[in-house]
Design a protein around this ligand. Structure first.
Ligand code: FAD
Length: 295
C-alpha cells in the first residue's frame, strides 16, 4: 500500500524506524527486532540508509522482508548526495522488484572522510532533486524529512521552510519530522507550515532517550533544544541507567499523548532497535490510539 493512502484512511498513523546492523554485523539480528515489533501493529516500519553506501544493500533487503515476510508496509530511506543517477536508478529498480512501494527521499549528510569521492559535478544536490527523479521514473509514494527547529546547516527556520515548500511542491506526499523534545516548538512549526500552505500529512518523530551519551551525540548532530524538564531528568539519572531509561520512556509517552490530543497525523518512533521500550510506549497509548481510530 502507498503510505500516502494510509494517511488518507487513518489517524493517527503509527510508524517505527529501525536501522540495519553495522557493516559486518549479521543481518539476522534485525529480524529479532522486527519480530518483536510486529505485534504492536505499526502502520509502517521505516529502515534507515547508511550514507556513503555502508549498509545500502541491507536497507533494500530489510525493507523487502518487512513487506513480503511480515506483511507490514515498508518505507525505505534513501539518500542521494553521494550517489550517481545510475546507482540511484539501480536501487529504485531493486526496491520496486521487491514490492517496496514507499521511499523516504533524503539528501543525506556529507561524509566526514576528506578523501570521499563524490560524483563531480554532484548528480543530486538536495533531496528535492532525488524526489524529481523518482517522480519521473517510478510510482513510489514519496516521503521527506522536515525540521521543526530548522535544519542545522540552514541560517534560519524561515529559509528552511521556504526550501521545504519547494521540496513538497516537487512531489512529496508526506513528511516525517526530526526528533524534538518540546512539543510547542513543533506546534509553532506546524502553524508556520499552514501559513505557507504546506499541507501534506506529517508524522512527528519521537525518540525515547535511553542514555546520556546518546543525547549528547544527537544534540551535536541536529542542535535540538532541550527543555529544562528534560535536562533535569538527564542530570538526575545520568549514572542510574535503568532509572534514566524509565524516565526517558515516560517523557516520550507524555510527548506523544499531548501530540495525539493536539490532532497529529502520525507518530514516528525512533526505536533505536529497542523493541521493549517501543512496546512500553505503545502499551501506554493503546486506549487513546483506539479511541482516535474509531473517531
Ligand atoms: P534537504 O531537504 O536537501 O536539505 C538540506 C539542506 O539544504 C537544508 O539546510 C536546506 O535548508 C537546504 N536546502 C534545501 N534546498 C535548498 C536550495 N534549493 N538551495 C539552498 N539550500 C537548500 N540520514 C541518513 O544518512 N540516512 C537516513 O536513513 C536518514 N534518515 C532520516 C530520517 C528523518 C526522519 C530525518 C529527519 C533525517 C534523516 N537523515 C538520514 C538525516 C538527513 O539525511 C540529514 O538531515 C541531511 O543533512 C539533510 O537531508 P534532507 O533530505 O533533509 O535535505
Amino acid at each position: 500500500m502507498l503510505i500516502k493512502d494510509l494517511y488518507k484512511n487513518k489517524k493517527p498513523v503509527i510508524s517505527f524506524e529501525i536501522f540495519p546492523p553495522k557493516k559486518d554485523g549479521p543481518i539476522e539480528t534485525i529480524y529479532t527486532t522486527i519480530e518483536a515489533l510486529k505485534d504492536l501493529k505499526p502502520d509502517f516500519i521505516s529502515v534507515t540508509y547508511g550514507a556513503g553506501g555502508s549498509t545500502t544493500k541491507k536497507t533494500v533487503e530489510i525493507a523487502s522482508i518487512i513487506k513480503n515476510k511480515y506483511h507490514i508496509e515498508a518505507l525505505a530511506h534513501l539518500t542521494c548526495v553521494t550517489s550517481t543517477k545510475d546507482e540511484i536508478t539501480a536501487i529504485l529498480n531493486n526496491l520496486q522488484e521487491n514490492n517496496v512501494e514507499n521511499i523516504l527521499s533524503l539528501r543525506g549528510d556529507f561524509p566526514q572522510d576528506p578523501n570521499f569521492e563524490f560524483p563531480d559535478p554532484l548528480h543530486y544536490q538536495y533531496a528535492k532533486d532525488l524526489i524529481a527523479h523518482i517522480k519521473k521514473s517510478h510510482p513510489f509514494s514519496i516521503g521527506a524529512a522536515c525540521y521543526p527547529e530548522g535544519h542545522i546547516e540552514c541560517s534560519s527556520l524561515d529559509k528552511d521552510l521556504h526550501y521545504l515548500k519547494e521540496k513538497v511542491a516537487t512531489g512529496t506526499d508526506f513528511l516525517i519530522s526530526q526528533l524534538f523534545f518540546e512539543n510547542e516548538i513543533f506546534y509553532d512549526f506546524k502553524e508556520k507550515m499552514d501559513k505557507l500552505n504546506i499541507n501534506i500529512p506529517i508524522s512527528a518523530g519521537i525518540l525515547p532517550v535511553l542514555n546520556k551519551k546518546q543525547i549528547d551525540y544527537i544534540v551535536s548532530l541536529c542542535g535540538c533544544h532541550l527543555p529544562k524538564k528534560f535536562t533535569r531528568i538527564i542530570e538526575k539519572y545520568e549514572h542510574k541507567p535503568e532509572a534514566l531509561k524509565e524516565a526517558g520512556t515516560a517523557y516520550a509517552i507524555e510527548q506523544i499523548i499531548d501530540l495525539l490530543s493536539w490532532g497529529i497525523d502520525g507518530i514516528h518512533i525512533y526505536t533505536m532497535n529497542r523493541p521493549k521500550t517501543t512496546r512500553k510506549i505503545i502499551d501506554n497509548i493503546s486506549t487513546i490510539r483506539n479511541v482516535l481510530i474509531e473517531g
